[in-house]
Design a protein around this ligand. Structure first.
Ligand SMILES: Cc1cc2nc3c(=O)[nH]c(=O)nc-3n(C[C@H](O)[C@H](O)[C@H](O)COP(=O)(O)OP(=O)(O)OC[C@H]3O[C@@H](n4cnc5c(N)ncnc54)[C@H](O)[C@@H]3O)c2cc1C
Length: 284
């Protein structure tokens, strides 16, 4: 798609250079497919030279410019620093949830996915589920750290102020050592996610369930230990009023609500190590 209001392309990742009418550009797969009537300059951050992935004792830093292809490849060749980071097994199925073409897979970025904030944004599923912290750079030179959970606030909405640039997401080491279970549903074989749920049990025993794609924004439930079936269902009902379920061509909200409850229970049973087939009947 031609962006015929754009008159300049500037290679910069300096928020001080941002001005009204500018758009940060990463892979450009949204900017050039959704189009725009108002963007005047594209600020290309792909030349920033940010290391795509950095594993340290503190956790895994994912640069906003890390492409889906780079993230996927990383999961196949983990560095020694990532030993014991069991929850990285989520990376590949979350990347696969894109069901993207070769072009989108190779140029679209983690940051672009988060900032687009589609309910079916698989990078939000992944990084919210693992308690990712976003580093945000502001045009006034300040920086702030915000949970990705609070960055993605609605369908196509984020908490970024005009001109703010997402620099990276850091997943803390504690969440990286969790046991995880994931369920994803789509109405069609190669379709967009209608429901994407991730459960995790931390080394300390805490249980976290993250609901994405089914809802217009991520929803997270936390428990000190694996909850009972009834506790989980009550918590889902309390956290997700019906209007929060997403309604689009990828699924009716009634279907999303019903399957969220079913799949949440499957995740609970799996992470509680209940024998197959007994999970849905067990209450402790
Ligand atoms: C065929 C096709 C299939 C797709 N399937 C999916 C899908 O299943 N799920 C899904 O979620 N998306 C999907 N998308 C949308 C899109 O490709 C992804 O969301 C992708 O990750 C966007 O990344 P990008 O780097 O290309 O973003 P860009 O197009 O470069 O940017 C997207 C938006 O984010 C802003 N932005 C980008 N980077 C930053 C940053 N670091 N800081 C602040 N703002 C920033 C831009 O200004 C722009 O508003 C699909 C797109 C296509 C064309």
């Amino acid at each position: 798609m031609d962006l015929n209001t754009v008159y300049d392309l500037v290679a910069t990742a300096d928020p001080a250079e941002w001005r009204p009418g500018d758009a940060w550009m990463a892979g450009g797969t949204v900017l050039f497919s959704f189009g725009s009537q108002s963007v005047q300059r594209l600020l290309d951050i792909t030349q920033a030279g940010w290391e795509p992935l950095r594993a340290t004792e503190a956790g895994l830093e994912i640069a906003a410019t890390c492409t889906i292809a780079e993230l996927y490849a990383f999961a196949g060749e983990l560095p020694p620093a990532a030993a014991g980071w069991t929850s990285l097994e989520l990376i590949r199925p979350c990347c696969d949830a894109f069901v993207a073409s070769f072009k989108v897979w190779n140029v679209s970025t983690v940051g672009g996915n988060l900032c687009t904030a589609l309910p079916a944004g698989p990078m939000a599923s992944l990084t919210v589920a693992l308690d990712g912290q976003a580093l945000v750079l502001s045009p006034d030179g300040t920086r702030r750290s915000v949970p990705v959970m609070e960055l993605v606030t609605g369908d196509g909405q984020t908490s970024l102020a005009p001109g703010e640039l997402l620099r990276s997401v850091t997943v803390p080491a504690a969440a990286l050592q969790a046991r995880t279970a994931m369920r994803r549903l789509s109405l069609t074989n190669l379709g967009r996610s209608g429901i994407l749920l991730i459960g995790r049990v931390d080394p300390g025993g805490g249980f976290v369930l993250t609901v994405t794609a089914a809802t217009v924004r991520p929803v997270q439930l936390r428990f000190d230990g694996v909850p009972t079936r009834a506790e989980l269902r009550d918590a889902l009902d309390a956290a997700i009023p019906f209007p929060l379920y997403h309604d689009d061509v990828h699924g009716l909200p009634q279907w999303r609500q019903f399957m969220t409850e079913q799949l949440s229970e499957e995740i609970r049973a799996e992470l509680a190590d209940l024998p197959p087939g007994t999970g849905t009947e067990t209450t402790s």
